[in-house]
Design a protein around this ligand. Structure first.
Ligand code: ATP
Length: 907
């Protein structure tokens, strides 16, 4: 069997039975043994990824930046001037910079690649006549793939069943309007877009359902053959990074200009030698340019992404990391996100009798009771009929494993109906044999019901409908009452619905209609009217405890939480109350939203927290309305139609488990566990990342500026340089980078979820940063210059004075690191706890490096350093320690003005 064609004909031209025969498969799918054998022959179903650039290119790329050009030019000029030592140190340092950049970039890329694997696509298959969800890479030719709206087709399929199936094939044909699919073979020379009976790998199911045989996998698929490659996760860039790069360019230009002025001033005003002045100018440039900053920003982001993945939020698009920290509203659906999605039927209502159901979970242990008595067997025809409909109009499956545990596949609510039926002795397998399904209308959040057409062996045929109660009631004009069929008593049913929903139960209605045996197809017209209402099920789906906690934390963090659900308004309100949403007493329904526009909608969107019976289009309108109020919106979604709302939201969040591929692709974040608490954690991590970025900038810029000012001052005063250019390089490239790396690993500050969201437009390069840069650089200059001049006055050799100046500078950086670690509390707050470990590790490393720098003879030669005595170290440490106190006092003064409490602002 070939992956391209059957008996000389392409697959789209062969009759379906021939395809089944060619692949030795059937409508029930392959068996486990077949799959393994085929996987060996055909290999995994995946396309080659774009090869990453070879390592040497990535290494050379590290030299492609303005700073390195400046350094390399300096190296050439120093060589021409015969300063070989300076030249080799500059070259050595550029090399170190490239190596550090190379390693960090590799690490960040690996983090993203690992995350990409976490969201690998899944496909629904039939194997051994069982529906299973498997990773798309494990699909083999001959497998039977089931298609649903929102699926990315995982391999090339020859379709044998379609139901209103529409597929968007833009990827292959360029045509963005979805095409309707069918099962009839096309002519052998039909163009790709005209092969109606094929579904091609990589295309998107937009509507309907279908099934097909896999005829090609991996490279053999159409998309594989045109040489398409899986897009690797894009390079690490975000608006913030771009802003920083631009800022870096402006800064570099400014610094070069300043260096030129220094050179000219020294040469013409003070008549310094040209080569000496050139070295001073190079030193100034090297000092002022914050070399380590881009690397630190990248690594902080990468660590944030990893941490979020550890807390079940998988970042698909990096800008989300930044945006998360400024989210002001989280809109989440209810089922499975706020609730556990472990359903259990607890109430049944029929026309004449109500029942209570005991037992929890999916194990069929428990009873059906009415009027305080256990109902044995099946209570009269109406309960039997109701349960039969619930089992037949159902796609879930319920199984017991060898340990006796019950597990489900498919929709948990449907599985709960199977459990209920088993409690009264009705097994799906038996019933399905008696009443095989001939056709179906799958469930869709748009129409909120599911219908099946079944034919019994006794020659009967019936349509069974299950769905949202008000929707099903509209289809019915009669109701089943024991043996009788009587006119529909709508009031009776609405009373029952409101009792169930008020308890927070999810309500499902069942109806049926007997049809002519000849009927083979089921259309929307068939369920429009004339059905017989059978009864209602009330299902319990308790809120997740961790969601209650997470909502509290969000409220404390000034983030409003809203529920946007497809469920009934009363159920939604009851659950919202149990969850503790701010306003759980009012709910707006999708139809209410339809009538609202502009300012009304914007006002409702901000005041109301519960939106029920909403459609995906209304979700989009809500996102837009909230954004028009200036909110930064995180929105969850799972269906194919949710994609526009997910794209429009500031942070679109797709459900990893129940979400469709279309939703996952549109989202910036995928939740691995579908749990609301994970969203709150992601927001928290987003705030941590932003804090850490801010800290890195607040750390590196002032220290760079301090060094630059030291040199500028020396030139202005006509003094020899307290720190030579190569020494500055050492400090910037070795010590500052090592110390600031600790900031990337910093955990959350204690009040991280106790402050209001950061205004989205707040500039990172703020007035405060400007102030801090000036303030810290003045302190650094005073200290470094002070010790240098003092030692020279004392008659110490210039090498010793310079070594002391550099060590004082490094010690300043060490003390300042502890100031910076905590922006919102005192530095001593957790100085000796585990939280400060990364900082202590960096400090220990830097002290060891400084010892090498000061005492190793080779370093003395290279950097012109001189060993220092313990007393001098003590003096340097005392001078440097002053910054710790001064900045703590400054922090205290700034923190005296607390920001507005989040509660005042929002709730
Ligand atoms: P959320 O949007 O919070 O996940 P939801 O699951 O209730 O809530 P939808 O999936 O849009 O939202 O379902 C809307 C309604 O459709 C449900 O309240 C239920 O009455 C009905 N329904 C849901 N699933 C099915 C199904 N598989 N078969 C028939 N009806 C269903």
């Amino acid at each position: 069997m070939s992956q391209q064609q059957g008996s000389g004909q392409p697959w789209h031209a062969v009759p379906i039975e021939q395809a089944f025969a060619a692949f030795q498969t059937s409508r029930n799918g392959l068996t486990g043994g077949d799959v393994e054998a085929r996987l060996k022959v055909y290999g995994p179903n995946q396309l080659p990824t774009t090869a990453p650039h070879p390592a040497y290119i990535r290494f050379l790329n590290q030299f492609n930046n303005v700073l390195i050009y400046v350094l390399l030019t300096a190296a050439v000029v120093t060589a021409i001037l015969g300063h070989w030592l300076d030249c080799s140190v500059i070259l050595g340092v550029t090399l170190i910079n490239a190596v550090i950049g190379f390693i960090q970039e590799g690490r960040a890329e690996r983090a993203l690649d690992a995350i990409r694997n976490l969201v690998s696509p899944q496909a629904s298959l039939l194997r051994d006549n069982r529906r299973v969800d498997v990773p798309a890479v494990e699909i083999v030719p001959g497998d039977i793939v089931i298609l649903q709206p929102g699926d990315r087709v995982a391999a090339d399929l020859r379709l044998f069943r379609t139901k209103g199936l529409f597929i968007e094939e833009a990827l292959l044909t360029g045509e963005s309007v979805p095409v309707e699919k069918n099962v009839t073979s096309a002519s052998p020379d039909a163009a790709l877009g005209d092969r109606g009976c094929m579904a091609y790998s990589g295309t998107l199911v937009t509507q309907g359902s279908g099934a097909g045989i896999v005829v090609a996998t991996g490279r053999q698929t159409e998309i594989g053959r045109i040489g398409a490659l899986i897009q690797r996760v894009g390079t690490i860039t975000t608006p913030l990074l771009r802003q920083m790069t631009r800022f870096g360019h402006v800064l570099t230009a400014g610094i070069l200009a300043l260096a030129a002025v220094t050179f000219l001033a020294g040469y013409y005003l003070y008549q310094f030698a040209a080569d000496e002045m050139f070295l001073a100018a190079v030193g100034l440039a090297v000092a002022a340019i914050p070399e380590g900053l881009p690397a630190i920003i990248t690594i902080t982001m990468a660590i944030g992404v990893e941490r979020m993945a550890g807390r079940h939020a998988i970042i698909r698009r990096l800008p989300a990391v930044e945006t998360l920290g400024s989210v002001t509203v989280i809109c989440s659906d209810k089922t499975g996100t706020f609730t556990r999605n472990e359903m259990c039927v607890c109430d049944i209502a029929t026309a004449k009798r109500d029942y209570k159901v005991t037992g929890t979970g999916y194990a069929p242990h428990g009873d059906i009771e009415a009027g305080g008595k256990t109902i044995l067997g099946q209570d009269g025809d109406y309960l039997t009929q109701l349960l039969r409909a619930a089992v037949l109009c159902n796609d879930a499956s319920l199984q017991q494993n060898d340990d006796g545990d019950w597990w489900i596949t498919g929709d948990p609510m449907e599985a709960a109906l199977l459990t209920l039926a088993l409690k009264s002795g009705i097994a799906r397998s038996d019933l399905e044999k008696q009443w095989p399904r001939s056709d179906e209308i799958p469930f869709d959040t748009g129409h909120r019901f599911m219908a099946t057409l079944n034919h019994s062996h006794e020659g009967e045929a019936a349509i069974f409908v299950k769905g949202a109660p008000e929707r099903v009631l509209r289809m019915c004009d009669r109701q089943a009452a024991s043996q009788l069929i009587e006119p529909l008593d709508t009031d009776h049913w609405y009373r029952k619905i409101s009792t169930m929903t008020a308890n927070g139960e999810r309500v499902l209605a069942l109806a049926m209609r007997v049809v002519d045996t000849e009927t083979r197809d089921l259309t929307f017209g068939d369920v429009e009217g004339g059905l017989v209402f059978l009864g209602l099920f009330g299902l319990e789906d308790p809120p997740r405890e961790e969601a209650v906690e997470a909502i509290k934390r969000c409220h404390a963090a000034g983030i409003r939480v809203k529920m946007i659900t497809g469920d009934h308004a009363e159920t939604a309100k009851a659950i919202a109350g149990q969850l503790g949403l701010v306003n759980s007493t009012t709910a707006l329904s999708g139809s209410d939203l339809e009538t609202m526009t502009g300012p009304d909608l914007a006002q409702a969107a901000s005041e109301v927290d519960v939106f029920a019976r909403t459609s995906p289009e209304q979700k989009l309108r809500l996102v837009e309305a909230l954004q028009s109020n200036g909110e930064i919106v995180a929105m969850t979604g799972d269906g194919v139609n949710d994609a526009p709302a997910l794209k429009r939201a500031d942070v679109g969040i797709a459900m990893g488990k129940k979400g469709t591929e279309a939703a996952k692709e549109a989202a910036r974040i995928v939740l691995a566990d579908d749990n609301f608490a994970s969203i709150a954690h992601a927001v928290e991590e987003g705030r941590v990342v932003y804090d850490n970025l801010k800290k890195a900038i607040l750390y590196i810029l002032p220290t760079s500026a301090g060094e630059a000012m030291t040199i500028a001052l020396a030139v202005a005063l006509g003094l020899t340089l307290p720190i030579t250019p190569v020494q500055i390089l050492w400090v910037n490239m070795v010590t500052t980078v090592t110390l600031s790396l600790a900031l990337a690993f910093e955990g959350a500050e204690s009040n991280i979820m106790g402050r209001p969201p950061r205004p989205a437009k707040a500039p990172l390069l703020s007035a405060f940063l400007f102030w801090r840069t000036c303030f810290v650089s003045v302190i650094l200059v005073a200290g470094v210059f002070g010790i240098y001049v003092y030692l020279l006055e004392e008659g110490s050799p210039v090498e010793l004075a310079r070594t002391a100046a550099v060590n004082t500078l490094v010690l300043f950086e060490i003390f300042y690191l502890f100031n910076i670690r905590r922006q919102h509390s005192a530095a001593v707050h957790d100085l000796f706890t585990r939280a400060a470990l990364p900082a202590w590790i960096s400090v220990a490393t830097v002290l060891a490096l400084q010892a090498v720098y000061t005492y190793l003879p080779a370093m003395n030669l290279l950097f012109g350093t001189h060993p220092m005595g313990a007393g001098l170290w003590g003096i340097c440490a005392l001078i440097a320690g002053s910054i710790f106190l001064i900045i703590e006092i400054e922090k205290g003064l700034f923190n005296l003005r607390p920001p507005a409490r989040p509660q005042d602002r929002r709730t």
